[in-house]
Design a protein around this ligand. Structure first.
Ligand SMILES: Nc1ncnc2c1ncn2[C@@H]1O[C@H](COP(=O)(O)OP(=O)(O)OP(=O)(O)O)[C@@H](O)[C@H]1O
Ligand SMILES: [Mg+2]
Length: 265
């Protein structure tokens, strides 16, 4: 912005001086001189604002590109898209004296957590905001590898599993689940990209009925566009969006389902 300011000032001075001499020599009337100088100043001013705007956009875009390139460079993306061989036969999961600290944090979030969960049962983690429930879920789904203690999946350390095998064992609905600006059908089918083309509409509708999803205001059924990107897209109330996310979770054949919710009093 500083360089654009200097450049603008330089243009104005050049314009002023090149018109000043004809004006002094009488080739330009004083009135014409002032109106010309005024118009040229306005023009240069408008152009410099536009130019600054472009530079501003360019800077913002390049910052976004930095994030995107870092994200793409993580490499795990290809790992997680790879399909594990067959469904994962979950038996149990055990945390033994697990400790975890976020990088740059001063204190640990988890201090010596131990518990065991077994196939065929329901469990719930209940705790105050910030007590570490989501962190536990992220640890046991292999998103954070740098923990103390042991996490055993079917009695084998989580460190010994490739990420695609861990991914095939768990499916999850996070508190901040994704809301895709796309059709209801696509929003659900993306829950399992490996069977994305084989699930039929009947199956999807049955899942939605099972979880009491309300089809009100959905005159196009599964083709209804959600989100605000499309002109005919509708935005759902939070609870309805959450049901879409749950349906997305149900189409996934993973053996362990992790559902995260925020209780409001
Ligand atoms: N990426 C992160 N970097 C640093 N600290 C984090 C990060 N994510 C969470 N924390 C901190 O770790 C603690 C536990 O967070 P976590 O999200 O696991 O809690 P929670 O029990 O799921 O809370 P809530 O009920 O609000 O969902 C909090 O103090 C939080 O501020
Ligand atoms: Mg949480």
């Amino acid at each position: 912005m500083k360089s654009v300011g200097l450049l603008t000032a330089a243009f104005c001075i050049v314009a002023l001086f090149s018109l000043l001499f004809p004006a002094l020599q009488g080739a330009l009337s004083i009135g014409l001189f002032f109106s010309l100088v005024g118009t040229i100043f306005d023009l240069i001013n408008a152009m410099s604002w536009e130019f600054t705007g472009h530079i501003d956009n360019l800077t913002q875009d390049s910052e976004m590109m930095k994030d995107l390139t870092t994200f793409l460079a993580l490499g795990r993306i290809t790992g997680s898209i790879k399909k594990a061989k067959g469904p994962f036969a979950f038996e149990n999961l055990e945390l033994k004296n697990v400790t975890f600290k976020y990088p740059n944090a001063t204190s640990s979030v988890l201090n010596g957590i131990s518990f065991k969960i077994e196939a065929g049962k329901h469990y719930s983690f209940v705790g105050q905001n910030g007590s570490g429930k989501t962190t536990i879920i992220k640890l046991l789904t292999g998103l954070y590898g740098d923990y103390g203690g042991e996490i055993l999946l079917n009695n084998v350390s989580l460190h010994d599993y490739p990420q695609d095998v861990i991914n095939s064992a768990f499916s999850n609905v996070f508190q901040d689940f994704a809301r895709y600006s796309s059709s209801v059908r696509e929003n659900i089918r993306i829950g399992d990209i490996h069977t994305i083309d084989t699930k039929n509409d009947r199956e999807l509708i049955d899942i939605l009925k099972d979880i009491n999803f309300s089809f009100q205001s959905m005159d196009k059924g599964l083709d209804t566009q959600l989100g605000k990107l499309q002109e005919n897209g509708i935005d759902l109330p939070g609870g309805q969006w959450q049901k879409i996310a749950i349906a997305r979770d149900i189409v996934n054949s993973a053996s362990v389902r992790l559902l995260m919710n925020q209780l409001r009093h």
